[in-house]
Design a protein around this ligand. Structure first.
Ligand SMILES: [Zn+2]
Length: 174
């Protein structure tokens, strides 16, 4: 929170600029799950005016997530394309990301994409793998089992449905 925010003296210009920047960034998608935006995932934390340029705060879903570098580049590129050249992207690790930050719309899009969204809340540490009785995204059977703790990326585990025999990804928290 900068001084201008604290004193409530943010000019209308800065305010409308930050609104536009927010709208641009809400369309930046996750490099690993292209149906989700970084806003859906809760990776996009804040957009601020630092007095001379735009400061974007992002939080990785887990520390060391390899996609963060790409996300940072995508954030910069999206803003540059829209004429914002003075951009600082700051990675914030505390507080750590939790599955609670994933939007309801994001969870639904994830399921439509064939990836089961996280069950429970990582903030409350109720996420345990393997998860029993995950619902198959294709046939909705709960007769499913974990095949591999790590799926196509470290934040996904591979499950199989025993009813339709199709494998599917589960978005877990590390
Ligand atoms: Zn199934």
């Amino acid at each position: 929170m900068n001084a201008a925010h604290a004193t409530g003296e943010v000019s209308g210009h800065v305010e409308s600029m930050l609104k536009e920047v927010g709208e641009i960034l809400e369309r930046v998608t996750d490099p690993e799950i292209p149906v989700l935006t970084i806003a859906d995932l809760g990776i996009l934390r804040d957009v601020r005016w630092n007095g001379g340029g735009i400061q974007v705060i992002i939080t990785p879903t887990y520390s060391g997530c390899p996609a963060m570098q790409t996300i940072e580049q995508d954030v910069r590129a999206a803003l540059n394309r829209n004429g914002y050249t003075d951009v600082e992207v700051k990675t914030q690790l505390a507080p750590p990301w939790t599955t609670d930050w994933m939007s309801a719309a994001g969870r639904e899009k994830l399921l439509q994409y064939g990836i089961v969204p996280p069950a429970g809340s990582s903030a409350k540490q109720s996420l345990r793998v393997p998860v029993r009785g995950l619902t198959c995204p294709r046939c909705r059977s709960a007769d499913t089992e974990e095949i591999s703790r790590f799926g196509s990326t470290p934040c996904k585990a591979l499950y199989r449905c025993n009813a339709c025999l199709e494998p599917f990804d589960y978005f877990k928290c590390i």
